[in-house]
Design a protein around this ligand. Structure first.
Ligand code: ATP
Length: 233
């Protein structure tokens, strides 16, 4: 069983400080959310964990693997799935080929493609279509499905609700809750606090690149300041 540990993570782009001394852990099977306004540093934090943004950190570990020394492309082999902001599906490839690309570390016969199709039946129906022809919601399902294909132990998701209708946000939430109930640990980074409180049990609030608050998602969703700023209530 592997815990994702992030200690003292800072991200700078030249003179711009995007994240400062961020620390958290994601235990096996846990669902952790990070909410925050536009520009709070959520994407930079996730990218830095993946080795895709300039970073300094005391430690970034997954189980016994030291991710500070692991090149980004090896993280998937350690069991870390990543769903980037903006989906980044391959528009000129079919849905099925996009999924199979997610399994590049595994032999073709062992892929969990049937589990993906069970979770998102619309992807089975559209498996021969070009990914670029899918709606935003279907592309988001494809991005989550592609990350499932390496059988991750933890999945890092960056703003999966972006640009989706409330109905599709609900569908994505249901899928994430199912994956988590089946044992997948989830780190969900979102501007959509309502979705995050729905999907996760524990949550951090990020402001100006720092962790400003944290607690159970139930506690935070009852906090008057959080309700005012992040839920508009
Ligand atoms: P969003 O919800 O809009 O994605 P965020 O909370 O994910 O916001 P980041 O995208 O991590 O925040 O941005 C944090 C800060 O870093 C912002 O001030 C942003 O302008 C800056 N920033 C992000 N990426 C870069 C970059 N490649 N070069 C320079 N500055 C950047």
């Amino acid at each position: 069983m592997s815990t994702l540990t992030v200690e003292g993570l800072s991200v700078h782009y030249g003179g711009v400080r995007a994240a400062h001394e961020v620390s958290f852990t994601v235990e096996p099977g846990q669902s952790l959310g990070i909410i925050g306004a536009n520009g709070a540093g959520k994407t930079s934090t996730l990218k830095a964990v993946m080795g895709l943004a300039p970073r300094r950190a005391t430690a970034i570990r997954f189980g016994e693997h030291d991710l500070l020394r692991a090149p980004a492309h090896t993280l998937v082999r350690h069991g870390i799935g990543y769903v980037p902001e903006g989906r980044h599906v391959f528009p000129g490839l079919s849905v099925e080929k996009n999924l199979l690309l997610g399994a590049y570390t595994r032999s073709w016969k062992q892929t969990p493609i049937d589990e993906v199709y069970e979770l998102f039946p619309v992807l089975r129906d559209m498996r021969g279509r070009l990914a670029g022809a899918l709606s935003g919601g279907q592309q988001q399902m494809l991005a989550v499905g592609r990350a499932m294909m390496c059988r991750p132990k933890v999945m890092l998701l960056d703003e999966p609700s972006m640009g989706l209708s409330p109905k599709l946000v609900g569908d994505i939430a249901a899928a994430l809750k199912k994956l988590n109930a089946d044992g997948l640990a989830i780190l969900l980074v979102e501007q959509n606090a309502k979705l995050t409180f729905d999907v996760t049990t524990t949550c951090l609030v990020m402001e100006n690149g720092e962790i400003a608050a944290g607690g159970t998602s139930a506690e935070l969703s009852d906090d008057p300041r959080v309700r005012r700023i992040y839920l508009g209530l």
